[in-house]
Design a protein around this ligand. Structure first.
Ligand code: EPU
Length: 439
């Protein structure tokens, strides 16, 4: 298994272009299941999760090819997807267990093919992760859903879903992929669907943009109430995947933890206001470099000195502070001058990084879903174990700032969500290498 070897203490400097968003791309790639026409996505990132999604879609009869490149294309691949064989509707456990986001084929399959069988995703390193809200939403659209041999078996009576008013809230707020599933399914349902307590994440807005380009009638995406007027058919479309707000947040924290000066190009600043707010409070400068650019994808300069102030941060649904950037910010707070409080309100168990950061000399006290971070003067390099994707990113950041050598084992977790992370960090001046030795 690959690992990263990091010699800490180098200041990051230079420029970096933000890649297309993983969490936007996954539901976008499922949308072509709603039509037999070709859908082209541009700026698809080269990640392990995207490769898994391609494998799943191929099993579901989707032909996937490279789109002709154009000079205006964003970074990443251009991919054309066409649902050529609409008889296959089984997303098998083999693939679903490697990637929970496979669940986002459920809504589109059910809406277009009238039935779907998707292996029930299990828990993962960040917690239990139920799918009850997805199922509740699809049932409200008239689907019958049963569990059989670990598979979710869903049918649309008479092959057609029908619109209704659906409440998508749960104990931890709304659900992003659940909203994506119901939104996609509702585009082809008979009549009008109102999704209340819909997820407001920018990735939902990006999905609604593609679905609208395909001919769907959607109002209110990005707000807690989305209204969808069903149509009989959707067509082909072209769409550029939004830039990855979590990748951007991660490199912001990387610049900050090394006292660096980094220009992020194509940064989705509008989607990062809560992150920027916390970074400002810590004493990190985050500024637009070119005020003439659209804040959905603009140049942003991140600079930091060595004095970091402690803060409180609570993860929340968008537009609150994203859970996907909690571990990275915690790594930064380990070096702040005083006590910070980090509370996780989306995935209360998402603290795999806490024990590993402690091995590097961080002073952390966890009680339930809250961690008190007492800032220390410095971290010390150590061998650590990557667990989930974002926890692993937090460890890499800690390694960049630590004295001596940090070895991050099992970097396949990072490859799921960060394209060529070590090369991108090395270009900014980090001493980081991937080695193939086993852990
Ligand atoms: N929840 C339920 N029932 C459900 C669905 C969710 O109780 O049916 C709970 C979850 O257990 C959690 C909360 O609701 O406590 C929010 O979960 P959500 O469904 O929004 O998460 P998701 O859609 O499965 C996406 C991202 C995650 C990100 C979360 C929260 C993708 C592919 N994944 O997951 O990204 O953490 O939203 O923003 O979009 C990552 O990229 O590292 C990652 C884990």
């Amino acid at each position: 298994m690959d690992r990263f070897v990091i010699e800490g203490g180098r200041r990051l400097e230079g420029r970096l272009t933000v890649n297309g968003s993983k969490n936007a791309a996954l539901p976008l790639m499922a949308a072509p299941l709603l039509t037999d026409r070709a859908v082209t996505l541009r700026g698809v990132p080269g990640l392990a999760d995207i490769a898994n999604m391609r494998r799943l879609l191929a099993e579901l009869g989707v032909e996937i090819g490279a789109a002709a490149e154009r000079p205006t294309d964003p970074p990443g691949a251009g991919v054309t997807l066409r649902s050529a064989d609409e008889t296959r509707s089984h997303a098998r456990y083999d693939i679903v267990r490697t990637m929970r986001a496979s669940i986002c084929v459920l809504g589109p399959l059910l809406a277009r093919r009238g039935s779907a069988k998707v292996s029930m995703p299990g828990g993962c390193a960040i917690g239990q992760r139920p799918v009850d809200l997805h199922l509740r939403g699809l049932r409200a659209l008239g689907a019958t859903i049963e569990l059989d041999g670990g598979d979710i078996v869903a049918e649309a009576p008479g092959g057609k879903l029908r619109g209704d008013t659906i409440f998508m809230g749960g104990p931890f707020g709304s659900t992003v992929l659940g909203t994506a599933n119901v939104l996609s399914a509702a585009t082809l349902a008979e009549g009008t669907t109102v999704i209340e307590a819909a997820a407001c994440e920018p990735e939902i807005v990006d999905l609604a943009k593609l679905l609208t380009a395909m001919g769907a009638r959607i109002e209110g995406a990005g707000s807690p109430r989305i209204t969808v007027h069903g149509v009989d058919e959707l067509g082909g479309a072209e769409h550029a995947v939004m830039p990855d707000r979590i990748e951007a947040a991660t490199y912001m924290c990387a610049a900050a933890i090394t006292g660096g000066d980094v220009l992020l190009e194509r940064c989705p600043l509008d989607a990062l206001l809560a992150v920027v707010d916390r970074l400002h409070a810590i004493g990190v400068k985050v500024e637009r470099a070119r005020p003439d650019q659209d804040a959905i994808a603009c140049d942003v300069r991140v600079t930091a000195g060595h004095e970091l102030r402690p803060v409180e941060v609570t993860t929340q649904p968008h537009p609150g502070f994203p859970t996907d950037a909690q571990a990275q910010l915690m790594a930064l707070l380990c070096l702040a001058d005083g006590n910070s409080v980090v509370t996780e309100k989306i995935f209360p168990e998402r603290f795999m990084h806490v024990a590993e950061l402690s091995r590097m000399g961080a002073s952390l006290f966890r009680q339930g879903a809250t961690v008190v971070v007492s800032g220390v003067r410095g971290l010390t390099g150590a061998p650590v174990m990557a667990s989930d994707l974002r926890a692993s990113a937090g460890l890499v950041l800690a390694g960049l700032a630590a004295r001596g050598t940090t070895i991050v084992n099992r970097v396949y977790h990072l490859d799921r969500g960060y394209e060529q992370m070590e090369e991108r960090l090395a270009k900014l001046g980090a001493a980081i290498e991937r080695t193939g030795e086993s852990d």
